[in-house]
Design a protein around this ligand. Sequence first.
Ligand code: GH3
Ligand code: MG
Ligand code: MG
Ligand code: MG
Length: 335
Amino acid sequence: MTGPEHKGAPSEDQERQPWEDHSLRGSLLFVEDSQTSAAVTVHYLEQFGLQVRHVTTAEQALEVLGFEYDLVLSDFFLDGELTGLDLVKRIRARDDDLSLLPVLMLTSAEETDHRISSLRAGANDFIYKPFHPEELYARLHNLLSLRHAYKKLFTQKKAMERLSVTDGLTNLYNKRFLSNEAPALLAQSQQSGGSLALLVLDLDHFKRINDTYGHEQGDRTLKAVARALEEEFQEVDLIARYGGEEFVVVLDQAGIEQATIRADRLRQRLSDLALETPVTASVGITAQHPGDPRRNYAQLFREADQALYEAKHAGRNRVAVWSWDADRAEVLASP
Ligand code: GH3
Ligand code: MG
Ligand code: MG
Ligand code: MG
């Protein structure tokens, strides 16, 4: 397949060329208004092993641009209002990670100004038309290698970020995340005039489970409790394992009555778990009401913790609620 714009195209009886071995990986958005030039280029790109989406204008390219692409290959002059240069500028101006997509520009050898302006606008590289397929292959290979390395690092970074905020045993958020996030949630809730409730939960006589059935059974119990928490508080963004057998739930948009009902349902859920080693929990609750910005997160936490202490003291397996009026916790009727 030969064309006026392409040098070095292989003929039927020639040996396979190195660029024909389908060794490139990736998905490419190809912007070219000339149909003949596009047909030849797409042929090569597919031989390289790439998945290709071909459009003829920058406008279309911007419309379909998405995270599935690894690279944009664009002609400089295009049908439509926008040029390849405009396309680069718009990609680089995005406020998401698509702004980092590699762009390879197709220009003619005489278009020095366009080449310079494209590079200055953020194009990563350019290639002259007519191009030799091996040169196109080499330039794409370089850009895609960097792209794949970047994506791998990005995935690893995300995994590390996730690990740094979660608890390894239960997969719930950890104390560090809670300490950063809960005050922010409280501030947001205060600004928007909403309510927010805080639950602190501690398993009862958990040490006995470890002592009697072993640490591994204790771990399985902790995981089962974590799943029960996730099921009861499905819509909640912040459920954390605060310590060994202590958990915290931040209930956004909930007042004290609602939080109390939910806590009692959770208690019920735990007793319904039918675990090899049954477990109960004591829960302390407090809440921030709209128009009551007096208490900060640390104060709320102290109140919930004090309520938890009262629940333990009153015999465990129960819920206690902080009362502002009495300035102490009130234990709900025993189960
Ligand atoms: P109380 O009702 O007063 O809360 O009694 P408790 O036995 O639950 O309280 P205590 O704080 O004395 O014991 C908590 C136990 O939780 C002690 C510790 O061995 C256990 N624990 C903490 N983290 C883990 C863990 O990751 N796995 C297991 N299996 N046990 C843990
Ligand atoms: Mg063109
Ligand atoms: Mg404890
Ligand atoms: Mg305990």
